[in-house]
Design a protein around this ligand. Structure first.
Ligand SMILES: *[C@@H]1O[C@H](CO)[C@@H](O)[C@H](O)[C@H]1NC(C)=O
Ligand SMILES: *[C@@H]1O[C@H](CO)[C@@H](O)[C@H](O)[C@H]1NC(C)=O
Ligand SMILES: *[C@@H]1O[C@H](CO)[C@@H](O)[C@H](O)[C@H]1NC(C)=O
Ligand SMILES: *[C@@H]1O[C@H](CO)[C@@H](O)[C@H](O)[C@H]1NC(C)=O
Ligand SMILES: *[C@@H]1O[C@H](CO)[C@@H](O)[C@H](O)[C@H]1NC(C)=O
Ligand SMILES: *[C@@H]1O[C@H](CO)[C@@H](O)[C@H](O)[C@H]1NC(C)=O
Ligand SMILES: *[C@@H]1O[C@H](CO)[C@@H](O)[C@H](O)[C@H]1NC(C)=O
Ligand SMILES: *[C@@H]1O[C@H](CO)[C@@H](O)[C@H](O)[C@H]1NC(C)=O
Ligand SMILES: *[C@@H]1O[C@H](CO)[C@@H](O)[C@H](O)[C@H]1NC(C)=O
Length: 519
């Protein structure tokens, strides 16, 4: 898109200096923080990271409730700790899990909203998510296999009753006009490194006991029967069809939120599985069929549901070596994270250290009275950062946002299940709004790169307002991400790499802020 250099001054950005070429054009709605507004002539971009490892000059990037957005400060090392600073040390030699990556879902709703913008602006959304280092460097994209609630209606790839050979299987208008064009852009902006993973919400109605895509219930018949065989073949057909459109599917989850399928009257598309059913289906049908059909090895992700199911779900499947050999990852959703402990993740890691966990879906505004976007809400960004840090500190390897784009009411969604999103589109004004959530994602995705390794880190004196995690990137830069939840206190931290004596990066962490320190 054509962006004119633009001189812009705002009360928020006057809080601290900001040298970005195009700073955030802030707009305040009725929330505690702001959105960054992008239109056909203006959009903020981000300061280069520009850190040479071991050069003695690091870079602090901070976003805050009070208006910073990736505000960059060069940090030169000092060899003493200021009296009022607390030491945050990390040890790059104590290595934990390898990072898989961060991303979001390209749903029908995302495509509808992107199509509602002028094409250059829609392109810029994908560019800001998927390019690196100018964008926030997303490296994954989740794709609903046919419809989900964020569609305009339920549909499958073969709604013809009794089509056991799937001779009527076909992609739909939604694939061609809403998903594939943007998946291709994600491919371009990542130089083909993005990992696409598909997730089904439901089989065609005729394959299910209820006869309906909407609502739960399992497929008809026994797990190794004709319906399950056809269902495994449906995955194969989907991957082939996407391959024919130039999109190579890296992996699939076996089922989005299989536990919701217990409810026959569930309000939107779902399908029931328990862990033993997934184990048998993967071992006997899906695993062998995917491996026979795709030489690149399509990855299989079990669970794709909340962490209250862990570690039991993984235990059941991984106890069978003939099923375990087909399991590449454990997918986790965040919707029980307020009630089920993070130790479920840690326990799963210690029981099954060879099987990475990946957060495959999360969104704000899904519960309570405010089930829709809140434009400029900082608390929701904090919830993301808090959840991502906790997950990463409990051996999770990456984190995926739900719809990458929604409209102002939080849809479209055919059952009215509206939620928040990191980017909100206003088609009436040809604008999009980068929510605080976008920067919460970006403080991880842009700075903690695929194949980074989490390393030990600790604070010299504990502070309940601060959460953090440290990583070594493949380019040998070291990153510490710090969340300050305190409402009023700025904390001075002396960040130190324990393998270097008397070398400190002294930074100020403002109230209600998120910082990525790269050294
Ligand atoms: C911001 O979002 C949080 C979490 O959804 C909510 O509790 C809070 O009320 C919101 N703030 C405002 C000003 O609406
Ligand atoms: C786009 O945003 C810029 C910066 O906020 C503003 O000056 C300009 O008028 C906007 N352009 C349009 C077409 O709305
Ligand atoms: C920070 O350092 C980079 C080079 O490492 C330099 O290009 C940039 O101008 C510096 N920024 C400030 C604000 O000093
Ligand atoms: C499916 O294909 C097989 C083998 O080609 C054939 O025998 C069978 O009749 C077909 N079934 C249907 C329902 O078309
Ligand atoms: C599948 O859909 C595409 C696009 O709508 C169409 O061109 C093609 O003919 C369809 N194929 C079948 C087998 O129906
Ligand atoms: C894609 O390649 C360009 C040119 O080499 C590079 O600048 C950019 O960082 C790469 N993008 C990603 C996502 O790796
Ligand atoms: C799953 O359901 C089947 C059939 O109802 C049952 O036999 C099996 O014990 C269940 N497995 C688990 C792990 O609950
Ligand atoms: C994770 O589990 C291990 C093994 O049970 C235990 O030693 C460790 O303290 C746990 N860590 C956390 C952060 O809960
Ligand atoms: C866009 O315009 C339509 C028609 O006037 C209106 O119903 C809708 O609320 C507007 N949306 C926004 C986000 O302002």
């Amino acid at each position: 898109m054509r962006l004119r250099p633009f001189v812009f001054v705002s009360v928020y950005l006057l809080v601290g200096y900001c040298s970005a070429l195009n700073p955030c054009a802030p707009r305040k709605f009725n929330q505690d923080s702001v959105v960054c507004v992008c239109n056909t002539t203006y959009c903020d971009d981000f300061e280069p990271i520009g850190v040479v490892p071991n050069s003695g000059v690091g870079a602090q990037f901070t976003s805050s409730r009070d208006g910073f957005r990736f505000m960059k400060t060069n940090i030169t090392t000092t060899n003493s700790v200021p009296a009022n600073a607390v030491i945050l040390s990390f040890n790059p030699t104590v290595r934990h899990q390898k990072i898989f990556g961060f991303g979001g879902a390209i749903t029908d709703a995302a495509g509808i909203n992107l199509n509602s913008l002028p094409p250059d602006l829609a392109d810029n959304v994908i560019k800001q998510y998927y390019s690196y280092p100018n964008g926030i460097g997303y490296s994954t994209a989740r794709i609903p296999i046919a419809s989900c609630d964020f569609s305009t209606h339920p549909y499958s790839y073969s709604d013809v009753d009794g089509d056991f050979n799937l001779t009527n299987f076909n992609l739909t208008t939604e694939d061609f006009t809403l998903k594939l064009p943007y998946l291709k852009k994600a491919l371009t902006y990542t130089n083909s490194t993005v990992r696409f993973f598909g997730s089904p919400w439901s089989a065609p109605g005729w394959m299910k006991e209820t006869g309906l895509m909407r609502g739960g219930g399992p497929l008809k018949g026994p797990v190794n029967g004709q319906y399950y065989q056809t269902w495994a073949n449906y995955f194969v057909k989907f991957i082939q069809a996407y391959m024919n459109q130039g999109i190579q599917i890296w992996g699939v989850t076996l089922q989005n939120e299989p536990n919701t399928g217990r409810a026959l009257d569930f309000p939107w598309q779902t399908m029931y599985w328990n862990a033993s059913m997934q184990r048998d289906f993967l071992r006997d049908l899906l695993g062998p069929m995917l491996d026979q059909n795709f030489i690149w090895g399509v990855k299989k992700i079990i669970l794709d549901d909340n962490r209250g199911n862990l570690p039991d779900w993984a235990d059941t499947i991984l106890a069978d070596p003939n099923a375990a050999k087909f399991v590449d990852m454990i997918g986790v959703h965040w919707y029980e994270d307020e009630t089920k402990p993070a130790s479920n993740l840690n326990d799963t890691y210690y029981k099954h250290p060879g099987v990475p966990m990946l957060y495959t879906e999360a969104c704000a505004g899904w519960e309570g009275d405010e089930r829709y976007p809140l434009l400029g809400n900082w608390t929701r960004a904090e919830q993301y950062a808090d959840d991502i840090l906790t997950a990463l500190n409990n051996y999770v390897t990456g984190w995926n946002d739900w719809n990458i784009v929604l409209d102002v009411p939080g849809g479209p969604n055919w059952v009215g299940n509206t939620v928040d999103s990191s980017i909100i589109v206003n088609a009436n004004t040809s604008e999009y709004y980068k929510q605080p959530l976008f920067f919460a994602m970006g403080h991880f995705s842009r700075f903690v790169r695929p194949n980074a390794v989490r390393v030990n880190s600790q604070l010299a004196s504990s502070n309940p307002s601060l959460e953090f995690a440290s990583f070594v990137n493949p380019d040998n830069t070291r990153v510490t991400v710090i969340l300050n939840k305190d409402d009023s206190n700025t904390y001075k931290l002396a960040v130190s790499d324990v393998t270097k004596t008397s070398v400190y990066y002294v930074i100020d962490v403002p109230p209600k802020s998120l910082t990525s320190l790269v050294v």
